[in-house]
Design a protein around this ligand. Structure first.
Ligand code: PLP
Length: 464
């Protein structure tokens, strides 16, 4: 064994203590760490010929990289839709690497069984029936991709071809209908060989991001007349205004027109935990495939999401990885036959830990607090003359802009100027350039909202 490596093995307990201490320092500093700071990459270091060992590497990391990292795990990183890591999720993530399980097959089953147990909890958390079978993937983009890959196989079956065997070219024209599809849906269609142009936007309700069911029905009718089965991508929580399609109405249309219903509930699925929002998830269980992110509102570290479907046999047709040395397919196929990955980390473990540690009540508290925080920031925006709320705060996102001259440049300057205190990200809503503040981190309190509101007000007042 290399001498440095051998020394690290010998000194591992002490080294892990140092890692722990460094982690505690980072986490202690998180609430006060500048949320984002503009940075340049530090100068390049040549690949070491002889390594320095873990102890010195920890020091170099602390000097060169750690200071540049954002407080994205902290309470005022409100860009995109970003979760953090609860204490239990963090422990689960550390221990995932400690155990380093490759949970691909029943030949070495414990990791697989832990995944199954965790998926059952998640199914219950979101109010889904046992007909919805889940698998872990890396994020909502991959969850949407897997869901749409299964949909693609279903489309093939409806046209008498197997896409898994013959390729997407055998399908002919495909229509994917959606009101306000997330950008990852177009990316998924590109990856799946269906093409971004397969996505056909359907009219939304007035002043809403939710699809107009009547317009969707007209599009389904048109597709039926053209003899084309199609896929509907429903939204349960859009990123700008957290709007929800009427899932029950869409499920009824699916039954009437025989299409595939995929629901992107990346973070909206957590509405099942909020008394004010749970009705918006009615109909979710009827979906053919469902996407839920876990590294957002479940507050597990990157990268984790779950994919549910009622059509496991089609899923296996797409992702089957038959090889003599892997297990048989059987009743409960190994994960290796269910997702794009073969080897994969045991990413269920952080979810298992955090669900066990905090339970449904703990998550209900996080979700309702995030919603209250969003409402409070929405109120603060409304009472600031220089700012304008662009849409009602429906759940956990505040979509706002400058009251006068909201150019993308002016908004980018505003976001950059408050960047040490809060991170918000740009968008365009109803044709108007805007900023979004999304609440999904378990740490965020009403004090943080006050700080965010103060930073924005001081900046716009100063500007005016
Ligand atoms: C975040 C998000 C995605 C993509 O999620 P990743 O985890 O970044 O891949 C897809 N759909 C919706 C609605 C999202 O909010």
């Amino acid at each position: 064994m290399d001498a440095t490596l051998a020394a690290d093995l010998e000194g591992l307990p002490g080294l892990l203590e140092r890692v722990r201490a460094q982690a505690v320092d980072f986490l202690d500093g998180l609430p006060e760490r500048p949320v984002v700071v503009p940075s340049q990459p530090p100068g390049a270091v040549p690949l070491p010929e002889r390594g320095m060992g873990l102890g010195r590497a920890l020091e170099v990391y602390a000097e060169r990289w750690e200071p540049l990292f954002s407080a994205s795990a902290g309470p005022r990183y409100l860009g995109f839709v970003t979760g953090g890591a609860t204490p239990a999720a963090l422990a689960g993530d550390w221990l995932t690497s400690v155990a380093d399980q490759n949970s691909t097959s029943a030949l070495d089953a414990a990791g697989h069984h832990l995944e199954q147990a965790t998926l059952e909890w998640l199914r219950e958390l979101f109010g889904l029936s046992p007909a919805q079978q889940g698998t872990f993937v890396t994020g909502a983009t991959m969850s949407n991709t897997v869901g749409l890959a299964i949909a693609r196989e279903w489309l093939g079956a409806s046209r008498g071809v197997s896409v898994a065997e013959s390729g997407a070219g055998a399908l002919g024209r495909v229509r994917v209908l959606s009101g306000s599809a997330h950008s990852s849906v177009a990316k998924a269609l590109s990856m799946l060989g269906l093409g971004r142009s397969a996505l056909v936007p359907v009219a939304t309700l007035p002043d809403r991001e939710a699809v107009d069911p009547a317009a969707l029905e007209a599009a389904l009718l048109e597709a039926r007349e053209a003899g084309e089965a199609c896929v509907v991508v429903a939204n349960a929580g859009t990123v700008n205004t957290v709007d929800f399609d009427d899932l029950s109405a869409l499920a009824a249309l699916r039954d009437r027109y025989g299409c595939w219903l995929h629901v992107d509930a990346a973070f909206g699925a957590f509405g099942a935990l909020s008394p004010d929002h749970e009705h918006l998830l009615r109909g979710l269980d009827a979906a053919d495939s469902i996407c839920v992110d876990l590294h957002k509102w479940l507050n597990v570290p990157y990268d984790a999401a779950v994919q549910f479907t009622r059509h496991r046999e089609l899923q296996v047709r797409v992702f089957r990885n038959a090889a003599a040395y892997l297990g048989p397919l059987g009743e409960s196929p190994d994960p290796v036959h269910l997702t794009p990955e073969n080897s994969r980390r045991l990413r269920a473990l952080p979810a298992w830990f955090t669900l066990l540690a905090y339970g449904r009540e703990g998550y209900r508290e996080i979700v309702t607090r995030c919603a209250a925080n969003a409402r409070a920031l929405g109120d603060a925006v409304e009472s600031t003359p220089e700012l304008r709320l662009l849409a009602p705060v429906r759940f956990n996102v505040v979509c706002f802009t400058l009251a006068t001259d909201p150019t993308p440049e002016a908004l980018a300057r505003l976001a950059a100027d408050v960047g040490r205190e809060v991170f918000v990200t740009p968008t365009v809503y109803a044709g108007v350039p805007a900023l979004r503040a999304a609440f999904s981190n378990w740490r965020t309190t009403s004090r943080d909202v006050e700080r965010v509101a103060r930073a924005l007000r001081e900046r716009v007042a100063h500007d005016g």
